[in-house]
Design a protein around this ligand. Structure first.
Ligand SMILES: *[C@@H]1O[C@H](CO)[C@@H](O)[C@H](O)[C@H]1NC(C)=O
Ligand SMILES: *[C@@H]1O[C@H](CO)[C@@H](O)[C@H](O)[C@H]1NC(C)=O
Ligand SMILES: *[C@@H]1O[C@H](CO)[C@@H](O)[C@H](O)[C@H]1NC(C)=O
Ligand SMILES: *[C@@H]1O[C@H](CO)[C@@H](O)[C@H](O)[C@H]1NC(C)=O
Length: 436
């Protein structure tokens, strides 16, 4: 998801009526209010659908913690050696499933984009302890945090991008925060998906590279200066964890799209980048992190099934040998489709995965936090050949350092709530009933 403030297109015209929270506020055929109620920002998800989303999310998690970040590099290194020798190896694919610790079956997980931005170790440990206690196995965290201006000490950033000299922050408020996430995941036997850049401008993203090196969000995929720095950043992150048992997969980007591009642009970029990652780290899997637009066999011709939605052909990308499995996301409300349309989205992707002999991961989905809708997708995914797992967007908890709740973006499911029972407890029981 374009988590929040993000990827936002501000509508220029002020209209007197204001749309309420999460209401539609724009789109090709839309005629209602185009400005949002206080605290919400009108965000373009596609040409057909703009939605009022909370405008302040970015500050929530980061500013609340006051505990000093501590160095954890040593912990990561020493603990990885131990966990590898006692486990059955790195997570890998096994047919249409993930083999994790020797068990090839269906896995459920969640998204915690902010986990690596927490500055209190105890908060990270609490989150992973809660997640692990529930039976969720996979957690996706943002492995990027790009800036064009170095923030004051105490604010987490991973990479400063500038034509006159970029910097990768390996310090206490830099990649050491990601180190702690990896070491805590190791201790709690959680497997991570870590990505390297955002299509959207929250936490920098492609826009931060464009600001530093020029071009635009479409030329980024072929711009030599941007790609050189992107690969340098990938190397800096991957080389820290090549022997960690906690990495499920590296991920090229969050929701890459290439507007107006031939589908070969993303295909070539994904092939080259995944090959580069495999050359750095042959131990771990690699995937794209895309929304799954443009599967060309099956579907109903709606916008998400077209290759122009993301500027790529999801089905053709399955051919890339250095990608181990396929990802897709599901947000009918943002895409102008219906909740039941989501069923077709799942079965179409799964069929292509079966055909390509690669697992499919539904790695993000949301429908205004409505479990009556989303539990149907979870059950369908569990029962559909080709599906290896699902991960709801997004995880919520209460952080011990501040006794405060993590970000609520309209799709947050908080640990140990009634929603949690529906989204997680029931689903884990169904998985256990099927696989023992
Ligand atoms: C990006 O720049 C290229 C080259 O100037 C141009 O052809 C293309 O239309 C631009 N795309 C976007 C999305 O701005
Ligand atoms: C994300 O991708 C789309 C398609 O290229 C583009 O229109 C949009 O501007 C991108 N977001 C950012 C923040 O660059
Ligand atoms: C199955 O895979 C082949 C390539 O191996 C491809 O040509 C064909 O279009 C795929 N069919 C489906 C339904 O995905
Ligand atoms: C979850 O909630 C129940 C009561 O609703 C409580 O007994 C239990 O201690 C909670 N678990 C955690 C880990 O907070």
């Amino acid at each position: 998801m374009k988590s929040l403030t993000v990827g936002i297109v501000l509508l220029a015209v002020a209209v007197s009526a204001q749309q309420s929270a999460y209401g539609q506020c724009g789109g090709t055929t839309y005629t209602g209010p185009t400005s949002c109620t206080a605290g919400y920002t009108c965000t373009s998800y596609n040409p057909y659908y703009y939605q009022c989303v909370p405008g302040m999310e970015r500050s929530i998690v980061i500013t609340t913690s006051t505990t000093t970040a501590k160095s954890s590099t040593t912990t990561v290194k020493s603990s990885t050696t131990t966990s590898i020798s006692t486990s059955t190896g790195y997570p890998k694919t096994s047919g249409l499933f993930f083999d994790i610790d020797g068990k090839a079956e269906y896995y459920a997980g969640t998204n915690c984009y902010w986990c690596g931005f927490l500055t209190a170790d105890g908060d990270v440990d609490q989150v992973f302890a809660d997640i692990a206690s529930s039976g969720l196995k996979i957690v996706r965290v943002w492995g990027f945090n790009d800036v064009n201006t170095i923030p004051s000490t105490g604010t987490v950033w991973y990479q400063y991008l500038s034509e006159s000299g970029s910097q990768i922050n390996t310090g206490a408020y830099g990649l050491e925060r990601l180190d702690y996430v990896v070491s805590s995941a190791e201790s709690h036997d959680i497997k991570l998906i870590i990505n390297f850049v955002n299509n959207w401008s929250d936490y920098g993203g492609i826009a931060a590279y464009v600001a530093a090196f020029g071009g635009n969000s479409s030329t980024w995929f072929t711009d030599s200066a941007s790609q050189a720095q992107y690969q340098a950043y990938i190397k800096a992150v991957v080389s820290r964890y090549t022997t960690s048992s906690a990495i499920l997969s590296w991920e090229l980007a969050n929701e890459p799209r290439c507007s107006g591009c031939d589908v070969s642009v993303i295909y070539n970029w994904a092939a080259a980048t995944s090959k580069y990652i495999k050359s750095l780290d042959p131990n771990h899997m690699v995937t794209i992190g895309d929304e799954g637009f443009g599967p060309t066999t099956g579907g109903d011709g709606s916008y998400p099934f077209t290759t122009s939605a993301g500027g790529y052909n999801w089905q053709t990308n399955l051919e890339i040998e250095t990608l181990d499995f396929a990802t897709f996301h599901l947000y009918p409300q943002s895409w102008g489709t219906s909740s039941t349309w989501g069923n077709l989205w799942i079965t179409t992707h799964a069929a292509a995965c079966v055909n390509a002999s690669k697992p499919c991961l539904l790695e993000e989905f949301g429908y205004s936090d409505e479990c009556s809708v989303e539990s149907v997708w979870q059950s369908l995914s569990l029962d559909t050949t080709g599906m290896a797992g699902d991960m709801f967007w997004q995880y919520g908890d209460v952080l011990p350092s501040c006794n405060c709740e993590t970000s609520q973006d309209g799709n947050t499911v908080y640990f140990n709530t009634t929603d949690w029972t529906c989204f997680v407890t029931n689903h884990i029981e169904a998985i256990e009933a099927k696989y023992g």
